[in-house]
Design a protein around this ligand. Structure first.
Ligand code: MRU
Length: 351
C-alpha cells in the first residue's frame, strides 16, 4: 500500500494520491480481494485506468483526469483528447478537462513548460481537496433529510472510492449514521460489474455502518415489505431539467420508489450538473463490451455466441427525483429553476 500523507489520512480515505511525479490509483477492479495501487506516470496510464474502471465514479474520474493532464504536460492537447475519449457519460470528466485547458491557455501566454506543470499540479490538488469539501457539504445537507431508524437503499457505488474522498450518496449515509439518523443500508449488488457488492460493502464495512447486500432484482420485494424508508444514489450527469444519468438499474429503483411512496434522492456536486445538456435524452450513454455481461468471475455465464447489450447507465426522469442533494444545498422541483438558482448563488456558470 502506498504511503499516505498524514493530512490525507486525517481527511479520510481517498482512492488516489499524487506522489512526487506519479499518480497512485487504488485499482478498484481488484477490490474487495486485493488493495493494490497502480502507478500512473503517463496520461495513457490514467486513460487506461479510467477505461477499465480501475478508477471510476464521476467525480473520481474528473480528478484523476486532472492529474492525467499534469502527466501529459509535454503534449497537452493529445493528453486532453485521450482522457476525454475514455468515458462519455460522467460530465465531471469534461468539466475538469475544460478547466485544465483554460488554465493551460492562460499560462502558456506568458509562461514556460515547468511553470505550466507546477500550475496544473496545484490546480489538480485543489480540485481534489474541493471535491472532498463538496462531498462533506453534501453529507451535511443530506443528513437533515433522515430520521432515526431509517433504512436506506443505494445502487452502485457513490462513496469515497467514486470521488476524491468521502463520497456523495455514501457521504450522506455516513453523515446520517454519525448523526444517529440511520439504522442500516441495503446495497444493490449492481450487475454486471458489481460495484455495490464489491465496493459499497467494502466502504460500509470500513465505516462500520450496518448493511446488507441484495441482488438487484430483490429491491422490489424489499421496498414492498416496507423495509426501505429512503433511497439515495449518486449521478454521472444531471441535465438542466433535473433528469439524472446514473448506473444502469437506477431508473427501475426510482420507479419502485414512486410506486411505494419512498423518497428517491440523488446526491451530486454541482460539478455533475450539466446545464449545457437540456434533458436526459441528450446525455450520451456509454455502451460497454458485451463480454462484461456474458462473463462473471472469469467464467462464461451464457452460451457462446449469445448476443448481449451492456448499457452502463440509465436516465431517471426528474419527476421521480424527490430532491437533488448538492454541495450548494438540497434542490427541489422545479429543477430548472432550483439548479439555475444554485449556480447563480455560486457566482457563475461553473462551480
Ligand atoms: O461505471 P461506474 O462505476 O463509473 O458508475 C458509477 C456510478 O454510476 C456512480 O453512481 C456515479 O458515478 C456517482 S459517483 C459519486
Amino acid at each position: 500500500m502506498a504511503p499516505v500523507e498524514p493530512e490525507v489520512a486525517e481527511r479520510g480515505f481517498s482512492p488516489m494520491h499524487w506522489a512526487g511525479d506519479e499518480l497512485l490509483l487504488l485499482d478498484q477492479t481488484l477490490l474487495p480481494e486485493q488493495e493494490a495501487w497502480l502507478h500512473c506516470r503517463r496520461p495513457e496510464d490514467v486513460a487506461e485506468a479510467i477505461r477499465r474502471l480501475s478508477v471510476r465514479g464521476a467525480p473520481a474520474i474528473g480528478v484523476a483526469a486532472a492529474y492525467g493532464l499534469v502527466l501529459g504536460v509535454g503534449d497537452f492537447d493529445a493528453a486532453h483528447d485521450l482522457l476525454l475519449s475514455t468515458r462519455p457519460t460522467a460530465v465531471n470528466l469534461r468539466w475538469a478537462l475544460d478547466q485544465g485547458r483554460a488554465l493551460r491557455d492562460r499560462v502558456v501566454e506568458g509562461g514556460n513548460g515547468r511553470e505550466l506543470r507546477a500550475r496544473l499540479l496545484a490546480w489538480a490538488c485543489d480540485l481534489h481537496d474541493e471535491d472532498i469539501e463538496a462531498n462533506r457539504r453534501i453529507g451535511a445537507f443530506g443528513r437533515e433529510l433522515f430520521e432515526e431508524g431509517d433504512r436506506v437503499l443505494t445502487h452502485c457505488n457513490a462513496g469515497a472510492l467514486a470521488t476524491a474522498g468521502y463520497g456523495t450518496a455514501i457521504g450522506v449515509v455516513e453523515a446520517a449514521w454519525s448523526a444517529g439518523r440511520l439504522a442500516s443500508v441495503w446495497v444493490d449488488e449492481t450487475r454486471p460489474l458489481l460495484q455495490g457488492s464489491r465496493l459499497t460493502t467494502w466502504e460500509l464495512a470500513r465505516l462500520k455502518i450496518p448493511h446488507r447486500l441484495i441482488t438487484d432484482n430483490s429491491a422490489g420485494a424489499i421496498i414492498a415489505r416496507g423495509w426501505v424508508q429512503k433511497i439515495v444514489v449518486g449521478a454521472d450527469r444531471v441535465a438542466a431539467n433535473g433528469d439524472v444519468a446514473n448506473k444502469v438499474g437506477t431508473y427501475p429503483v426510482a420507479v419502485l420508489a414512486a410506486r411505494h411512496g419512498v423518497p428517491f434522492y440523488v446526491a451530486a456536486p454541482l460539478s455533475t450538473i450539466d446545464r449545457d445538456t437540456a434533458s436526459g435524452a441528450d446525455i450520451p450513454i456509454e455502451e460497454r463490451d458485451a463480454d462484461e455481461v456474458v462473463h462473471a468471475f472469469g467464467k462464461r455465464i451464457a452460451p457462446r455466441d449469445t448476443e448481449a447489450l451492456n448499457l452502463a447507465f440509465d436516465v431517471t426522469p426528474a419527476e421521480l427525483v424527490a430532491a437533488l442533494i448538492t454541495d450548494a444545498g438540497v434542490l427541489r422541483p422545479p429543477y430548472r429553476e432550483s439548479i439555475d438558482a444554485a449556480f447563480h448563488d455560486r457566482g457563475g456558470s461553473r462551480p
